[in-house]
Design a protein around this ligand. Sequence first.
Ligand SMILES: Nc1ncnc2c1ncn2[C@@H]1O[C@H](COP(=O)(O)OP(=O)(O)O)[C@@H](O)[C@H]1O
Ligand SMILES: [Mg+2]
Length: 968
Amino acid sequence: MPKQVNGPKRGPAIQNELNDSVKEEVKAFLSDEDKLHLLDDLTKVNPVTTTTVLKCLQARYTVDVFYTYAGCSLVAVNPFQPICCLYSLELMKEYHTALRPQELKPHIFAVAEQTYRNVESQIEPINQSIIVSGESGAGKTWTSRCLMKFYATVAASSTSPKGNETVERIEKRVLDSNPVMEAFGNACTLRNNNSSRFGKYIQLQLNRSQHLTSASIQTFLLEKTRVAYQAPRERNFHIFYQITKGATKDERMEWNLPEGASFFWLPNSERTLEEDCFEVTREAMFHLGIDRSTQNNIFKILAGLLHLGNIQFSDSVDESQPCEPEDNAKGFVKTTANLLKVSVEELLETLRIRTITAGKQQQVFKKPCSRSECETRRDCLAKVIYAKLFDWLVSVINGSIYADSLVWTNFIGLLDVYGFESFPENNLEQLCINYANEKLQQHFVAHYLKAQQEEYAAEGLEWSFINYQDNQSCLDLIEGSPVSIFSLLNEECRLNRSSNVSQFQTRIENSLSNNRCISRDKFSKKPNFVVSHYAGKVCYQVEGMVEKNRDPVPLELLQLLKNSQDCLLQKFFPMTEKSQNDTKTQNRAAVVTVVSKFKGSLERLMQILHSTTPHYIRCIKPNADCKAMTFKKEEVLSQLEACGIVETISISAAGFPIRVSFQSFIERYKVLRKSRTLNTVPDENGFSPAKKKRGLTQTANNDEGLHFVIHDLLQKMTVGQSTVSLKQTEAKSNSSSMYCGKTKIFMTNSMLEQLEARRAAVLSEKAFCIQCCWRRFKQRKLSKQRWSATIIQAAVRSWLAKKHFQRMRRAATVIKHVWRKWKARMDALAAKELDCTEEKLHSSVPGATIFLDQSPSPLEKTWPLSAIIQFWPLGLVLSTAPVTVVGFRRDSSLLACLKILHRNNGYKVESNLFGCGITSIRALPQGSVKFHCKKSPLPHANISPHNQACMITGFNQILLDRKKLLTT
Ligand SMILES: Nc1ncnc2c1ncn2[C@@H]1O[C@H](COP(=O)(O)OP(=O)(O)O)[C@@H](O)[C@H]1O
Ligand SMILES: [Mg+2]
């Protein structure tokens, strides 16, 4: 059983004893002051009390440590001064590359990195949102800006140059959206010099490779009343101060903003803030695709609004006459009309005369307005223009950072929404803002506290419930059905009756009296109602609330703007056919009230938040004066309580923040079960791993099977850890870090880390194994291919050699055949020479040793004499070969001879008729031909005999020389 936090109710004596012991523990804890700042998680503070938590935060703040975990949330205390290297690029990289960023010091980058990795791991819900909450001036916008910078840096680490370009473009535009949105939507208030007067949810969209591809911005409830009304010591939106301070000489001329000019809607302009930098806004607008001429157009309209604010009316003497503008205001009317490009007369008429359509015939009446009505109409004109301008800017920004939904797969959402507000006088804006905060708080409560406790109960964990603050009844009071503050407000608007303030207050009181969250400030003279919000009581003024909810824009005003010649205003208020008939239908138009619009957009946001994994950053303002190094305990404590941090800490410290369904658990960690190390470990029942595997496949689809597999996994996983199963709850309660519920596994963060580490190890082991197998397979394949290539080569070569040899052999046979014929002919010649013509030969020219028979021999007919003579050394070889060698050696010698012939390209042999060397040929009586050489004919068959020795002396001489030849 998890540690008990709020135990059952005890008797007063025991309670006192406990209080004393807690006090002592607190004292002991605080006495160790030197180490307090080292506690980076408030859940580690022991005991968890407001005092200890506060002391710990203060100790850290004093040593310039501004971030501390509080279980699942991160507490960020505003330093109110730039801290060196707290958001540097190096630090971003350090968190991004860290193996476990959660183990580094608490930081918004750790949260950011965690969300980024969650997207990467693709565990449902994959999309993430970071909800940055806190009071005005606590540092929400600052934090969101830093988070955006972090993602822009981290998601830009693409390797492909094209990707880089895209990311840079998007990243730059996403970051550029900040100064533009802040210039037009932020203002200096009593609480914060740069207070966001609108809510913002920005989606940073990532593709499959985790690169920032696009983004989208959704805004909520711009405080447009600020254009026309600024509380004492507060300012209008920054952009008005920027244009009046930063315009060039020419621009001042064009926009009619002479230096030193004073405007009613520009209070406290003497104060210079760092947010007044016009150039930064202009540059950012340019990067977002708003060219200089459009910018000029925008600033002209804004200047027009400033002039509009200076139009003051005097009371009319006669009710039937319209109020006249004050004398000094006439110039402003003209300038306003010029800047907004509307006609002066039309502007004046619209501001001063009301058009009423009444009766069955839809008759149109014109009624002069009272002075205050004129002023309301003037303010309304300014508000409607400014709101349209702001919406248009948001749409332009969205257009420049947009990408088709096919391009991105997941997103990380950042919610920077106005904090809980309570002023001396609160109206509809505060009601909406506080309602949004209630909703967010409920989301937080539902997500971390309520869900946690309910889940524990459902899963069979014994848990002592903490009395968390459930704000459902407050939400029922504000937005519930059938009766709530919102429904009553809407009803008033729908009925379109001139509302009586005190009547409306009574209606609220009577209708909602059974809700414990509503009351009334009886000491206030003005009609009011008090709502007990989770963060404290707020008193709302009833006066003006219904009117604000209706937010009526007189159709004459819209018509005036539609008739404007200014191209931007024409874009904001397009002329449609419908608008021609608008005047007639104005009273019947369905009223879409401010609260219904706000409720609708908030519900859409909540739907998105519910479908994502939320992360909470709670910004704390350490003092109301925005001073550096000042930590006011009471102020911090009220904020910690307001956002439920103390409760979160208690629950997180005691419970199991991680819970995974059986199916997901098996999906993710089944690799551990199959790992070699685990499989070799026999379980206590003696099941072999093979048996277990069979068990898995057979029964995985039913609960029993799941339980079996999980039990098996847990047993293997928690070697040295104590795992609590349903049956073992009693035995191993306190030291458990994992709990097996009915449908889910509960575990602590440390257990999850261990599991993940093991999983990573097993996966890398498997990857290694796959690599080995693959490499072995590749190696084997390669060697097989080599071996096959060698075999093929050998076969081809042997075939070629065989072919070659056969050809040579055939050639040799042919030569042999020819040679024999040639020899026969020679025989015949020699015989002829011997028998008939010896004398004739003697008297003939030297060198001509052979006289051919006039009648050609059969050989001569087929072979030319030159060819026969050319081949005679070969013949020589062939003739002797049969005598000395037989078989292969004979063939080889023949081949060698052929090769020589071939190599010398027509081996030139000089016959004994023309050259020297062989002195004569004689026919042997036995019938075989012998060559008579000076030397052995074989080695010198290709050497020409010397000229001197080339004396052919006839066959007798041959016979004489024969002896000599034979002896050598
Ligand atoms: N981390 C921080 N480091 C330094 N100054 C900060 C930090 N966070 C906030 N601030 C200061 O506090 C002021 C208010 O912060 P801001 O983010 O505008 O508050 P919020 O959006 O919650 O109203 C900023 O203008 C800035 O001067
Ligand atoms: Mg802000």
